[in-house]
Design a binder for this molecule. Structure first.
Ligand SMILES: Cc1cc2nc3c(=O)[nH]c(=O)nc-3n(C[C@H](O)[C@H](O)[C@H](O)COP(=O)(O)OP(=O)(O)OC[C@H]3O[C@@H](n4cnc5c(N)ncnc54)[C@H](O)[C@@H]3O)c2cc1C
Length: 361
């Protein structure tokens, strides 16, 4: 059985890995580079129970456990570690937060512990995605460079994909192109998928920042509120993201650029919240798009009305966290006909109407 996976982000790579664990051949088509988009530029923060009370809870809890298992089981280093997580605010005058996070400036007030090593963790998302793809390849998966431009169908079934003008036949097709999955809505009856842009900086902080994550509410000098997330990593870098925007998604992933002025705002914010960040070298200034759906829940499951066609996208702010359980569930669905570890009903792609497609004359 050959499963054709469109997209080499964390979701495509995780599906390929879990299919390869079941002895199924996965062929991943990636137009630009593995983890070139949000999967390589996100925070990589993981939490066990922040989704409790929402339909995402079972997926998140299973995935949090799978991240720990994968870090034990697979060779490779992708910066997995458990860590303390704090919350607070900044930009409201000079305060000094008690206790934690002393590497932050005295304009920051730390108000609460949001997580402990039992409930919060992190990975380096690009390295994690690459490691999942590598582990899949070791077990027989294939990665091919190419832009998918269509899904072939015969008698109501998906029979292959069109890649750079060439048809590749397969037994099942999975759309996992993150926000670019919207392109597949003109090939298959899929609901709308959007891209929501976020900006980030990566600093070379060496050993000057301890392994603790921080979520802040920050007021800029003009009163605009931002919600920075700060994640020191065990490779000696510190990742900071904030500033979302509704700038349209470029068709080509290589054309994603930061909005005008966003990086300068981020740099000013970072300098205000930590003297360490103020003096550290910046090693990346970047932007990426998280894939989102109308109801905020991912699309994970069969494409309605087209046998052997599947979709896995729309993971919004929790794509790195939820990738392993999504990969596991998709492999179960494709190989066994149903997911066993997590109930996918809430993520059924058929719960929302498909995007209107241009009719063919
Ligand atoms: C600023 C920011 C911070 C985040 N922080 C976190 C976090 O801390 N924790 C967390 O769990 N999540 C986080 N996320 C969310 C997470 O990054 C995403 O949900 C996740 O990376 C989405 O993965 P994906 O594989 O669906 O999509 P993507 O990473 O977008 O991958 C899609 C891939 O498809 C490829 N592609 C596109 N079109 C085609 C085509 N036609 N043919 C072939 N390939 C194609 C692209 O090149 C790309 O590689 C964050 C997101 C942002 C924006």
């Amino acid at each position: 059985m050959d499963v054709l996976i469109c997209g080499g982000g964390v979701i495509g790579a995780s599906i390929a890995y879990f299919l390869s664990c079941r002895g199924v051949k996965a062929i991943v088509f990636e137009s630009t580079g593995v983890a070139c988009a949000a999967s390589g530029k996100s925070g990589g923060f993981l939490e066990r129970d922040w989704c409790d009370g929402s339909p995402l809870a079972p997926l998140a809890r299973r995935s949090f456990a799978l991240h720990a298992e994968l870090a034990e089981k697979l060779a490779g280093e992708w910066g997995y570690r458990r860590l303390d997580t704090y919350g607070g605010f900044a930009g409201f005058g000079r305060h000094r937060g008690a206790g934690a996070a002393q590497w932050l400036s005295d304009a920051v007030t730390v108000t609460q512990a949001l997580g402990s090593p039992e409930t919060t963790a992190q990975v380096h998302p690009r390295l994690f995605t690459a490691a999942m793809m590598h582990a899949a390849k070791v077990q027989g998966a294939e990665l091919r460079h190419g832009r998918v431009t269509g899904v072939r169908q015969r008698d109501g079934r998906a029979t292959g994909v069109e890649v750079d003008g060439t048809i590749v036949d397969g037994d099942a097709v999975v759309v996992a192109m993150g926000p670019w999955s919207i392109l597949a809505a003109s090939w298959l009856p899929l609901p709308a998928i959007f891209g929501l842009k976020g900006h980030s900086l990566v600093f070379d902080t060496g050993t000057r920042v301890p392994g603790e994550a921080v979520f802040l509410e920050y007021r800029e000098h003009n009163g605009v509120m931002l919600s920075p997330e700060v994640f020191p990593r065990n490779d000696g870098t510190t990742y900071v993201c904030a500033i979302s925007s509704e700038e349209p998604l470029p068709l080509d992933p290589t054309e994603v650029m930061p909005d005008l002025g966003a990086i300068e705002r981020l740099e000013a914010m970072c300098a205000a919240i930590s003297p360490v960040l103020a003096s550290a070298r910046i090693v990346a200034r970047q932007a990426c798009y998280r894939p989102v759906t109308r109801d905020g829940l991912p699309l994970i499951g069969p494409v309605p009305g087209v046998a052997d066609a599947y979709v896995a996208t729309g993971h919004s702010v929790w794509g790195i966290l939820n990738a392993p359980a999504t990969g596991e569930a998709m492999a179960e669905l494709i190989v066994d006909g149903a997911a066993h570890m997590v109930d996918l009903e809430a993520f059924n792609p058929g719960r929302m109407p498909p995007v209107d497609r241009p009719s063919r004359k």
